[in-house]
Design a binder for this molecule. Sequence first.
Ligand code: HEM
Length: 162
Amino acid sequence: AEKGATATVFGEEQEALVLTAWNAMKGDSASLALKFFLRIFEIAPGAKQMFPFLRDAGDAPLESHPKLKTHAVSVFVMACESATQLRNTGDVKVREAALKRLGASHVKAGVEDAHFEVVKTALLDTIRDAVPDMWTPEMKAAWEEAYDQLAAAIKEEMKKAA
Ligand code: HEM
């Protein structure tokens, strides 16, 4: 979390900010996914090596990888689910089986804590650029909280899987 940031109470407003942005973006999820990935690799070029389908792709253009869209959309959709859960229960409960799998697959891929920060920055930048007219500090804070809680749950599971 940002220095000095106070824990926000996650309520209906915060959930609505996350879901409104996603509803405006999801029709364009293919190009959104590409932008999201390009941003991740701009911030952390080495992260490319973690994705087997990119590592083996030679010079093939990024946009030709169907799996790339899958990961990007997963992050968006799971952050939305996280927002809904935060509003309902104040906590993120990814289905236990799903969370176990996520922990294992990210450990296997060599993902480290710092990568979650990279992905967070790329996610926020992508949303800001996709819905500039909606973007406010409140919307940013809501996405941050939803993502942070989700990332914390995955990281926790990664520790168990390591
Ligand atoms: C795989 C979601 C963060 C890199 C996956 C999968 C999902 C997913 C659903 C498919 C495998 C499975 O279901 O277990 C997420 C979510 C994240 C997140 C929701 C954040 C909240 C990250 C980060 C990195 C990363 C920070 C590193 C840059 C990977 C890689 C794979 C993967 C390399 C394997 C891809 C493959 O082998 O095809 N992730 N992820 N993920 N993720 Fe993530």
